[in-house]
Design a protein around this ligand. Sequence first.
Ligand SMILES: Cc1cc2nc3c(=O)[nH]c(=O)nc-3n(C[C@H](O)[C@H](O)[C@H](O)COP(=O)(O)O)c2cc1C
Length: 168
Amino acid sequence: MEKVTVGPMPYMSVMPTVLVGANVKGKANYMTAAWATVACMSPPMICVAINKVRYTAKGIEENKTFSLNIPSARQVVETDHCGLVSGSQADKSGVFQSFYGRLRTAPLAEECPVNIECRLFKSMECGSHILYVGEIEEIHADPSCLTDKKPDIAKINPLIYAQATYFG
Ligand SMILES: Cc1cc2nc3c(=O)[nH]c(=O)nc-3n(C[C@H](O)[C@H](O)[C@H](O)COP(=O)(O)O)c2cc1C
């Protein structure tokens, strides 16, 4: 079958929905991101592409730490809110209850079943977006979401993002 070209665009078939946590001027801020994935196995790293204009980018640059929080489908309203409203316009520190792990400056959202705290390893300016690569310092998980001490996708019930829509 002959293929049809659809033009270059930032495309992936399926993406996760995560909340990037960063302290900005000492206050927790959470931003929804779908452009996030694993970057390295050893040492364990993840990466996320964040538009330069985001308030979150200021916090990552300020502290050199950030978190990725995995919301469950139960948190879809709060997650969508963090993707529509900027911390530069409204205080999002109360959307989730924050706690801090080893890094002390990467806010972790209590309500999300899995929280990944990262130390900034490298950032790469690609154009509109900066690719932030974070070395994972620790992962915090609700015991109810684990099977054999590992995060269990069936118990987490994460939000998948594809074609500008959330899938539970
Ligand atoms: C489902 C969803 C996914 C998003 N993914 C990204 C992303 O990967 N990178 C990005 O820069 N913005 C992304 N956004 C947009 C930001 O979340 C949005 O602009 C947010 O208000 C930024 O918050 P901040 O200014 O407090 O950092 C996404 C929004 C939604 C709703």
